[in-house]
Design a binder for this molecule. Structure first.
Ligand SMILES: Cc1ncc(COP(=O)(O)OP(=O)(O)O)c(N)n1
Ligand SMILES: Cc1nc(C(=O)O)sc1CCOP(=O)(O)O
Ligand SMILES: [Mg+2]
Length: 203
């Protein structure tokens, strides 16, 4: 698992596959299929196509929220938040070998985290973002640093991040940054991903 540049597909994107391929061509190391609008029946074939498209790049596909889609499509992992399926249940459902990510928004979420169940945490939102209308209060880079320092597993920063943020994310101790719009809304998603990946390398 490489969290350096984690591309999360925009909710309801017309062509998540094209965006994901552009992102990994540019240097994204992990992709999450996050779609609140499509049904499981629509997401399963989409996830299968994404897995096949990402496979030549060696990039795993994580599916947000939908354990049934993970299992039916054979995805590499599942990402859940504080209001989703509990992590013990999620781990039981996906088995020991798939990746499991958990959103963390406050210190209490880490204090309540049993060890050995999740593979990584997504920490945020660093800034307010229109990509997740129901996001928790922004934690800023200081909040990010505090949560990352307390995390017992690798941590990826998320929320309102984009060009120019890699240095601050790395300085906060995170293992990478996760973005939706910085790549998904870019005029040239591959170039945007390449710039972010390069920024991370230079940071
Ligand atoms: C990498 C990463 N971090 C956090 C989230 C947010 O998950 P969640 O809190 O469950 O919110 P939704 O994405 O389901 O709206 C994420 N998806 N990915
Ligand atoms: C999916 C998601 N989760 C968040 C969290 O804080 O848990 S913020 C977020 C959306 C991030 O989108 P963008 O890169 O466009 O700001
Ligand atoms: Mg969720």
């Amino acid at each position: 698992m490489n969290l350096t540049l984690y591309f999360v597909t925009p909710d309801g994107a017309a062509d998540p596959e094209a965006l994901a391929v552009a992102a990994v061509r540019g240097g994204a190391t992990l992709v999450q299929l996050r779609d609140k609008r499509r049904s499981d029946a629509e997401l399963v074939p989409l996830a299968r196509r994404l897995i096949a498209a990402l496979d030549p790049f060696g990039v795993p596909l994580i599916v947000n929220d939908r354990v049934e889609v993970v299992l039916a499509a054979g995805a590499a992992g599942l990402h859940v938040g504080q209001g989703d399926l509990g992590i013990e249940e999620a781990r039981r459902r996906i088995g020991p070998d798939r990746l499991l990510g958990l959103s963390v928004e406050a210190p209490g979420h880490l204090q309540a985290l049993p060890l050995g169940i999740v593979d990584y945490v997504g920490v945020g939102p660093v800034r307010a973002t229109a990509s997740k209308p129901d996001h928790a209060p922004p934690i800023g880079f200081d909040g990010l640093a505090r949560l990352v320092a307390a995390a017992p597993v690798p941590a990826v920063a998320i929320g309102g991040l984009g060009a120019g943020d890699a240095r601050a994310v790395k300085a906060a101790g995170a293992d990478g940054l996760a973005v939706v719009s910085a790549i998904g809304s870019a005029a040239d998603p591959e170039a945007a991903a390449r710039a972010l990946a390069e920024e991370w390398r230079q940071a």
